[in-house]
Design a protein around this ligand. Structure first.
Ligand code: PLP
Length: 401
């Protein structure tokens, strides 16, 4: 089928929850994807920070092929080798002692909300039910996750939400201080807000947040669904800020392109997940865990993260050149390969230009271009994008005059 035929089929039969561009992507390799007409694009979206290793990484593909011919799914009533190996890898390389597996970011955050509440229930502090989360945050689309998300547009029409959430502005410690009480069981925060605009934490914000939580006896939960697995130049974003949470949620890039989510926590907290408290039929299945294990081995290869950080530094320096040259650019910000260019104007035309020129780019909040390419993107590909952006920005500015 061609792009048009596939688009028509989608419109007829698939729920219209997504605003889609008029192309169907049918193949990918590394940093490149191809649509149904055979047109090639350099991918600066990476399936929304999922394809960190590039498309169809050979190690991930081999692991999936091998596992697919051996065992696809069995119940968590039994032990699963790849699941325990993946949990070992995640805990040996993070603050966490134990992992619970699920299938998505939203599900991981649901698990985090349940675990935090259950932890205090078990401690006999049954009044500690409240979770403080941030304005402009994003934690997923299930009822619990939208209740945790501090953006009105995700709540509209879905009331009643899950009770027990308080929203405070990101980067505002005073607001957290005011919101904290003996009822607070946890503070939930993305170390860097992704969907909310690629908002970086102020220096020491996360450290101070941890101190406030500790003083109040509350848990600190980091939603690293978007920031983990090299996206910020480290395996986990928290490493850049010198703060360890009590609970961390993961998904997106964990499976190297396969759906899998996880909740990682210290023993002290994870003790509350006893048999019967939580479960997921598909959580930690052999196929997803084999893919994730193969992906994890690549993330942990010597030099992989360092190279990512270097390429990210180069990328942001090139974007900063555009910021200097074009007054329509309000700000360039980010870390590693989680970058954004905020415009003073809607940025839709730039995304359209990109598609025409063979670049996939993502626009959030109408005027913020978010760049989240596979981490294996090259300087040459970045130069190509910057040249294309430069032309688009020039056009956009000319049209404003
Ligand atoms: C994408 C995202 C989620 C939701 O993940 P899903 O897999 O779509 O449920 C949650 N938190 C953050 C920070 C995300 O970026």
């Amino acid at each position: 089928m061609n792009n048009k035929e596939i688009a028509k089929l989608t419109e007829q039969h698939v729920a219209s929850t997504y605003g889609r561009f008029p192309i169907a992507l049918v193949r990918g390799k590394g940093t490149k994807v191809w649509d149904a007409s055979g047109k090639q694009y350099t991918d600066f979206v990476a399936g929304i920070a999922v394809d960190n290793l590039g498309h169809c990484h050979p190690d991930v593909v081999a692991a999936i092929r091998q596992q697919a011919g051996r065992l696809l799914h069995v119940s968590n009533l039994f032990h699963i080798e790849s699941q325990s190996l993946l949990a070992k890898a995640l805990t040996q390389n993070s603050f966490a002692d134990k992992v619970f597996f699920c299938n998505s970011g939203a599900e991981a955050n649901e698990a985090a909300i349940k675990l935090a509440r259950r932890f205090f229930f078990d401690k006999g502090e049954k009044f500690r039910r409240e979770i403080i989360s941030m304005k402009d945050s994003f934690h997923g689309r299930t009822m619990g996750a939208i209740s945790a998300t501090g953006q009105k547009k995700f709540h509209e029409g879905f009331a009643p939400l899950l009770p027990g959430f308080k929203y405070v502005p990101f980067n505002n410690l005073e607001a957290v201080k005011k919101a904290l009480s003996s009822k607070t069981c946890a503070v939930l925060v993305e170390p860097i807000q992704g969907e909310g605009g690629v908002n970086l934490p102020d220096k020491n914000y996360l450290k101070e947040l941890k101190k406030l939580c500790a003083k109040n006896g509350s848990l600190l939960i980091f939603d690293e669904v978007q920031t983990a697995f090299g996206r910020t130049g480290k395996l986990f974003a928290y490493e850049s800020y010198g703060v360890k949470p009590d609970i961390m949620t993961l998904a997106k890039a964990l499976g190297g392109g396969v759906a899998i989510g996880a909740l990682a926590a210290t023993n002290k907290v994870m003790k509350s997940f006893v048999p019967g408290t939580h479960a997921a039929t598909f959580g930690g299945n052999p196929l997803a865990c084999s893919a994730a294990l193969a992906a994890f081995k690549v993330y942990s290869k010597a030099g992989f993260l360092e190279k990512t950080a270097q390429t990210g530094d180069y990328f942001i320096s090139r974007l900063r050149e555009l910021e200097k040259s074009f007054s329509v650019v309000k700000e360039v910000r980010g870390i590693g390969m989680l970058l954004a260019m905020e415009l003073k104007q809607p940025a839709g035309s730039i995304v359209e230009d990109g598609l025409r020129e063979g670049y996939l780019i993502n626009c959030i909040k109408q005027n913020i271009l978010r760049f989240i390419p596979p981490l294996v993107i090259t300087k040459k590909e970045i130069d190509g994008l910057v040249a294309s952006l430069s032309q688009s920005l020039e056009k956009l500015q000319a049209n404003l005059k």
